[in-house]
Design a protein around this ligand. Structure first.
Ligand SMILES: [Zn+2]
Ligand SMILES: [Zn+2]
Length: 99
């Protein structure tokens, strides 16, 4: 939207020239509620077909089974280490490897 006072594009409810848009508050609300994601990374089962996943020796925290499938997901910046997920071969329990 454009500022009625100076004609420049307004990125927020307040223009750089000092003009304040009364409807700005409304616009900001719709923007902030649109895409709210939870902090935790969603573990999508379907994307990780266990037939193609490699197996590793890991103890399941749920049933104590010693073998699990694993995969890694790059969560944030590329310089951060990827998060490792493990899925129990026996009970299909999925957990995160924090080590
Ligand atoms: Zn302006
Ligand atoms: Zn298990």
């Amino acid at each position: 939207m454009f500022c009625p006072k100076c004609g420049s594009i307004m990125m927020t409810s307040k223009c750089s020239c000092g003009y304040k848009n009364k409807e700005g508050a409304k616009i900001q609300i719709t923007e902030s509620t649109g895409k709210h994601k939870k902090g935790e990374v969603a573990v999508v089962d379907a994307e990780h077909d266990e037939k193609i996943l490699p197996e590793t020796e890991a103890e399941c925290p749920k049933c104590g089974h010693k073998k699990a499938y694993f995969w890694e997901i790059q969560t944030r910046a590329a310089d951060e280490p990827p998060t490792k997920f493990l899925k129990c071969v026996k009970c299909k329990h999925i957990w995160r490897d924090y080590s």
